[in-house]
Design a protein around this ligand. Structure first.
Ligand code: PMP
Length: 361
């Protein structure tokens, strides 16, 4: 009986794979509920929209060189000096500069796994090796391991807090323990930190080997406008700025960045909504048999019900025009990642998930 059960279960897995391969996938279009790249779907606060519109009137002029006003605004908002700030066309641009500034072919970089997959690409582009260090039990930061080889031989150590794609958050005290004991540079990517209980930015004034990255793509709903910051020691920041293209940002990015920095409180409702939906969807998915990793970001990583596969769920949702992310390369074959959108979007997602869970039984 046990053997028959195993055979049947394998057969049903093959059938699902075939289902995925043979299904007519609708091409993603604007009518899809897009929950696969962690955007924040709410409209910009009016005051910020107005600054974007005003910037359009200056579109025939080159943008300000070296992002001076934006860096000044960020330095005031974050309580650091202007030479501790670099502004980027999204934090992806800054990640790219970090790899170019600190790695030559043959060097290695240590990165937490699972992590933001773009980092692997950047390391490969630079001809560098990447050492993947797994998160500890319960997604904790393995500080002791990061202090030993091979991480110890890496040019820098990269971690995101909250982490993508898990959404997990480690105490800032653990990050300080690592930064204070390591002689490596630590790149702390805080892309999702506005959805979390704490942040590590203040540490840059104590530790010259810490570089913090921020983006406005997630918490400030401007992924298409591209605004990101790097904050750290002036020497490190200077090295990155030297590599940066002239006019790397445009007039709208400058205006919106400055306006967001001056009106961060206007996003309180937005962040409250995302945290509320995060909790509601976690509970609803749990009832459907998913096992959801507690998240401190604007997305959830959910293990699909026992005996089912992430690829099958992703395809089944896509047939209902709902896009979610799936990371088989990171060993997450049984998981899907769902960004938190508006209440209507999450209702649509949950309705589809409930339908699909019914057919899967
Ligand atoms: N870091 C992490 C951890 C991310 O998840 C992302 C976006 N997916 C980025 C950086 C890049 O964000 P952006 O370039 O939009 O600022």
């Amino acid at each position: 009986d046990a053997k028959l059960g195993t055979v049947l279960s394998s057969l049903s897995q093959v059938a699902r794979q075939l289902d995925v391969l043979l299904s007519d996938k609708p091409a993603p279009d604007a009518s899809c509920v897009k929950l696969n790249t962690n955007e924040n779907p709410f409209p910009l606060p009016t005051v910020i929209m107005q600054s974007a519109m005003a910037a359009l009137e200056r579109q025939y002029l080159y943008p300000e060189d070296d992002n001076v006003s934006l860096r000044q605004a960020a330095s005031e908002a974050y309580g650091v000096s202007k030479d501790q700030v670099i502004a980027g066309n999204g934090s992806s641009e800054l990640l790219g500069l970090i790899y170019r500034a600190f790695l030559v072919p043959g060097d290695s970089v240590a990165m937490m796994s699972p992590g933001f997959s773009f980092n692997r690409k950047l390391a490969s582009l630079q001809g560098a090796q990447f050492v993947e260090v797994e998160w500890g039990q319960d997604h904790s930061l393995p500080v002791e391991q990061l202090l030993l080889a091979p991480a110890k031989n890496a040019k820098f150590i990269l971690l995101a807090n909250p982490n993508n794609p898990t959404g997990t958050f480690v105490p800032v005290a653990d990050i300080e323990r690592l930064v204070s004991q390591s002689d490596r540079m630590i790149v702390l990517d805080e892309a999702y930190v506005d959805f979390a209980p704490d942040n590590g930015l203040h540490l840059i004034n104590c530790y010259p080997n810490l570089l913090v990255l921020r983006t406005f793509s997630k918490s400030y709903a401007t992924a298409g406008i591209r605004v990101g910051f790097g904050l750290g020691h002036p020497e490190v920041i200077g090295r990155l700025r030297n590599l940066q293209n002239v006019f790397n940002m445009n007039v709208i990015g400058h205006a919106v960045g400055i306006s967001v920095l001056g009106h961060r409180a206007a996003y309180a409702e937005n962040h409250k909504h995302i945290k509320h939906e995060r909790q509601r969807v976690t509970m609803a998915l749990s009832k459907l048999g998913f096992s959801v990793i507690p998240s401190h970001a604007n997305f959830l990583l959910a293990r699909v019900p026992a005996g089912q596969e992430g690829s099958w769920w992703q395809a089944a949702l896509e047939r209902q025009k709902i896009l979610v992310a799936f990371f088989p390369d990171a060993g997450l074959e049984n998981y899907i990642r769902i960004s938190i959108g508006t209440k209507d979007e999450m209702d649509e997602f949950l309705e589809a998930a409930s339908d699909i869970a019914g057919t899967a039984k």
